[in-house]
Design a protein around this ligand. Structure first.
Ligand SMILES: Nc1ncnc2c1ncn2[C@@H]1O[C@H](COP(=O)(O)OP(=O)(O)OP(=O)(O)O)[C@@H](O)[C@H]1O
Length: 223
């Protein structure tokens, strides 16, 4: 689904990621961990062609990103839902409109039933008419997840989705991600939170990728 072959990335100050070869198989669940600044967000950006590798090949849905036209990138992005570390909303639009925004941008209408089902699933149905500044951190993160999946992507990339959340809310978000994976979605979650990863192991067969010294390796059972 997404494959890296001898990939490196360099912002200009030396290689941040080097010689990365891995494959994110359809329906897999991966955590990505590593110290702050190790390159987790950079790796995720390579997974949705926001960045192109400075060496090696990234293949997304069987297409090498170097050969993608701008239209191809737009099509590819529709199949990948991204929950950004610092999720931004349009503060003057109600939550339901914010969540439906990716569909509108794609020129598709959100069937009202589908939108309310999705908002119910993330537990935000009663906040459909609220404005983003009125939301708590956990509500914002669940809204960001709903917005990332409204187009029905095959892949969900979440960058520190539980960063500022308390444990109960982190678990709630994790449960949603695990449910999405059970529905067949390929999920990658970047996180510092080793407790969350341990908890997830009781819920799903997640693999853990660890970035260290510019390389990404499968972590052992010590987590
Ligand atoms: N656009 C950029 N230009 C130059 N350097 C950058 C750019 N974006 C990120 N970096 C640097 O690349 C390194 C890795 O950043 P990245 O955000 O991928 O790390 P991270 O593991 O996600 O960190 P954190 O856990 O703190 O979010 C950092 O040193 C960062 O300062």
């Amino acid at each position: 689904m997404i494959a890296f072959e001898n990939v490196a990335y360099n912002y200009g100050g030396g290689e941040l990621l080097s010689d990365i070869s891995l494959r994110l198989a359809p329906g897999s669940f991966h955590f990505l961990t590593g110290p702050s600044g190790a390159g987790k967000t950079t790796f995720l950006k390579l997974c949705y062609a926001e960045l192109l590798p400075t060496a090696g090949h990234v293949t997304i849905f069987d297409h090498d990103v170097h050969g993608l036209t701008r239209d191809d990138v737009a099509m590819t992005r529709r199949r990948i839902g991204v929950v950004h570390q610092d999720c931004q909303f349009l503060d003057h639009l109600p939550l339901s409109a914010n969540i439906a925004l990716p569909l509108m941008v794609a020129g598709r209408a959100a069937p009202q039933g589908d939108l309310s089902d999705l908002m119910g699933w993330v537990g935000l149905d009663r906040l459909a008419h609220s404005l983003p500044p009125q939301l708590s951190g956990g509500e914002r993160q669940r809204a960001a997840l709903a917005r990332a999946i409204i187009t029905g992507p095959d892949v969900i990339l979440a960058d520190e989705p539980t960063g500022n959340l308390d444990w109960d809310m982190s678990l709630r978000l994790l449960t949603l991600l695990v449910e999405l994976n059970r529905m067949g979605k390929t999920v990658v979650v970047a996180t510092h939170d080793l407790n969350l990863i341990r908890q997830a192991k009781s819920l799903t067969a997640a693999r853990v990728l660890r970035i260290a010294k510019r390389r990404i390796q499968l972590a052992g059972a010590d987590l």
